[in-house]
Design a protein around this ligand. Sequence first.
Ligand code: BG6
Length: 506
Amino acid sequence: MTGDRAEPCTFVIFGATGNLSINKLLPALYHLEQAGRLADRTRILGVGRRDWDDAYWQQQVRTWLEPRVRGGLDTEVWGRLATRLRFFRGDLRDADLYPALRRHLEADPGYCMNMVFYMSISPADFGAVTTGLADAGLNAEEEGWRRVVIEKPFGFDLESAEILNHRLHQHWKEDQLYRIDHYLGKETVQNILVFRFANLMFEPLWNRNYIDHVQITHAETRGIEERAGYYDAAGALRDMVQSHLLQVLTLVAMEPPANLDAESLRDEKVKVLRSIRPIPKSAVHAHAYRAQYARGEIDGERVPGYLEEPGVPEHSTTETYCALKLFIDNWRWRNIPFYLRTGKRLAKNNSLIAIRFKHPPQQLFRETHIEQLKPNWLLVNIQPNQCLSIELQVKEPGFDMRTQTQRLDAMSCGVSYYGLDAYEALLLDVMNGDRSLFLRYDEVSWAWRVVDPILKVWAMERDYVPTYAAGSWGPREANRLFQREDQSWRNLLEEPLDDGKEPCPN
Ligand code: BG6
């Protein structure tokens, strides 16, 4: 697979030896190398505290990549990638690092003067590193472009996000900033736009007249792994909802943009976020539910509870599960609930957008065996299966008038091991200066406004958090968010809904 090469650049990774770099960035760069997308002059410079030289760094990267790349490490691809890898030793909090980095980059003509600075570091250091780079003059675009990629979370709440944004803008222009949300790089997430706007037949149905409610779920079997330091301060609402799930919601709910350029797309997303009905503090419990995983079993293995994970404070009430009900107060969606849900240590890994249509009128089938017509569902499975499908009612073969549910799958609906990882697409976009799939600050800020009241109330209620068993589908109490009794969580693509019961009991 080859395509156009990206613009050449020096790709500088701050936090080069951390989790994100090992699990996502370096494998993505390898796959871009494999696909022939990296320009000849592109180099990858890891910045870290370890006392490593280029040769040792290359050796390390090779060990990290071996178990992580698709189809095993290809010696030829690796050979090409290895020649690009350099290491620069330094402590991010040491102000001398930045002028030294600049001297290093300028001393070797092999470094391209187009530069990406990737903040694969603790959010607490975003401000200091970007300021350090700017003070050393590395933000100036005289000889080439300079871009900063900022990982989530962008701030800790609305106020801190404002402060961080202000600080960044003191030294960087908006078009140099790439606020990444890797969910937007996922193939099926991008497919929402194509599906909605490249097909005529859904648009007339895509509104409050035909849609009963929308569910957006991200379920993981993983626990918090080694990330207690970050996760315990963040919690599921900040970690998944404020960023990834609200982004998915905007794509499902937005109006068609004038075109696909970055600003038109982002204008429409912001309009959705601005239209979300604010949740007053007094209504937080009616709109949001949180819980924490207790011990349980996943795939036949006993797993510890959150409080037993290494690094988690003894009495932490941080949520590892949360569910939310939101309303979008505009003409298209007024009074249609959007249910968002995410959790760690749930029964299965699955990310699903499930759109339920309203019940058709029963009248015509009154005299038949059909007791209750089932509504249509439109399902967009983001991962592990990449799938778009529609559930329809058809006649069951036989003498009687009965219905059965059939699914029409618009994609292969398989697990695509060879599909692109979200980071591959996004890193390519950064190198090519395409910001459509990156967040503009007003998106971030409006997303904080949605969750801020919930965060504030939960922050005050620190005595107790409900729990759910690891390996379940989360706490039953979260069902109280549903507007009506005939609404329930849709966990998986292939759930039989025929008996109307919860198919995957807790
Ligand atoms: C990250 C969160 O942004 O997204 C993680 O910090 C979460 O907690 C992850 O596990 C989920 O993304 P993916 O692509 O692994 O499903």
